[in-house]
Design a protein around this ligand. Structure first.
Ligand code: NAD
Ligand code: TYD
Length: 351
């Protein structure tokens, strides 16, 4: 049976890389991208695959349970890879309920639609839920998050993701839905919305605007190139064991201030600016409330059991990312001006 995979959040940052990988690598599958096109959803991210014969787009909100049910029937969905979410910690501090609606209630709606559609034989279908390392809370100076680290979410974002992870687990235990969950560290790469640290700072360096470093800048994140995350998702989707959790990360920890200085150095070189010019843009600003001090993922299980490991070093991935932003100024301009939100009307209203 050929798979008909519903990928949610495919117009977002990571989702667009997953959709592209699956559409091009598996022409025998049908990929249905379901996305509400919130501020973070941008179909321009998928321009290169939108005409592929095995790709379809459905503009649907996860809160619309009836529309979800219909989409499972209409396309005879066999599997789900669920990425749609509200994803920005700072926004979750301002509007926590938006995160409860999409990340918690939206995920339960999706689980319910899958359960209803697949009731005849759950063993033939997979519900793959994409989560984050932030559910584990903050680490001290040492140690790593493993798959058995207790959940200890600190932000409304991570609390909503933790809740959705628990619901996925509950559907597996209670209804025998086949599920798998992966928890990944911070991603970076092309098509990243410029509200997150790396793309925001690349955009600000291009435009010689201040680089707002929160607090003392000594917060630590573990960075993974987005294309390596997409490959890990492919590997887990096809070879992961049902009911298991896999941590995804590249053993690549950076203190924010060190990362920002590396970014400034690379950007000065690529833009032909004076050495040290962009570093002068660094501005320490008020800290984020409840700011987690350190994240670090132990991805040994994924490597040992499924053979995945990152394909690029941080310097290679960051260099490719900067080159992409410098070559795609139109994308950046459309995103920062809001023009990308007209793309759907232009491309899809007459289909
Ligand atoms: P993103 O914000 O770039 O994209 C989210 C997508 O979901 C957008 O296309 C948006 O339109 C869509 N969406 C939001 N609310 C929706 C709703 N109610 N109904 C339908 N679609 C909706 O997010 P991202 O950074 O690509 O993250 C994707 C997933 O990966 C999320 O589940 C996130 O928690 C997880 N994750 C992200 C990172 C990271 O560093 N970005 C790391 C680990 C895990
Ligand atoms: P972010 O990209 O928002 O990811 P997350 O909070 O999910 O890890 O932030 C990465 C780190 O960078 C985090 O420690 C917060 C910090 N940060 C800044 O210092 N300034 C900024 O303007 C932003 C957006 C983030």
């Amino acid at each position: 049976m050929s798979k008909k995979i519903l990928i949610t959040g495919g117009a977002g940052f990571i989702g667009s890389h997953v959709v592209r990988l699956f559409v091009t690598k598996y022409p025998e599958y049908t990929i249905i991208n379901l996305d509400a096109l919130t501020y973070a959803g941008n179909l321009e991210n998928l321009k290169d695959v939108e005409g592929a014969p095995n790709y379809l787009f459905e503009k649907i909100n996860l809160l619309d349970a009836e529309a979800l049910k219909n989409v499972f029937d209409k396309h005879d969905i066999t599997d789900v890879i669920h990425l749609a979410a509200e994803s920005h910690v700072d926004r979750s501090i301002v509007s926590p309920l938006d995160f409860v609606y999409t990340n918690v209630i939206g995920t339960v709606n999706l689980l319910h639609a899958a359960k209803t559609k697949w009731a005849a034989d759950y063993s033939k279908h997979l519900f793959y839920h994409i989560s984050t390392d932030e559910v584990y809370g903050a680490l001290g100076e040492t140690g790593f998050f493993t798959e058995t680290t207790p959940y200890h979410p600190n932000s409304p974002y991570s609390a909503s993701k933790a809740s959705s992870d628990h619901f996925v687990r509950a559907y597996a235990e209670t209804y025998h839905l086949q599920t798998v969950v992966s928890n990944c560290s911070n991603n970076y790469g092309p098509y990243h919305f410029p509200e997150k640290l790396i793309p925001l700072f690349i955009n600000n360096i291009i435009n010689k605007k201040p680089l707002p470093v929160y607090g003392d800048g000594l917060y630590t994140r573990d960075w993974l190139f987005v294309k390596d995350h997409a490959v890990a998702i492919d590997v887990i989707f096809h070879n992961g064991k049902a009911a298991e959790t896999y941590n995804i990360g590249g053993f690549n920890e950076w203190r924010n201030i060190d990362l920002v200085k590396l970014l400034c150095k690379l950007m000065d070189e690529k833009l032909g600016r004076e050495k040290g010019e962009s570093e002068q843009l660094i501005t320490y600003v008020k800290d984020r409330p409840g700011h987690d001090r350190r994240y670090a993922i132990d991805a040994t299980k994924l490597n040992r059991e499924l053979g995945w490991k990152p394909s690029v070093t941080f310097e290679e991935g960051l260099s490719e990312t900067i080159d992409w932003y410098l070559a795609n100024t139109e994308w950046l301009q459309h995103v920062t001006s809001g023009q990308y939100q007209h793309y759907y009307n232009k491309m899809y209203t007459n289909r």
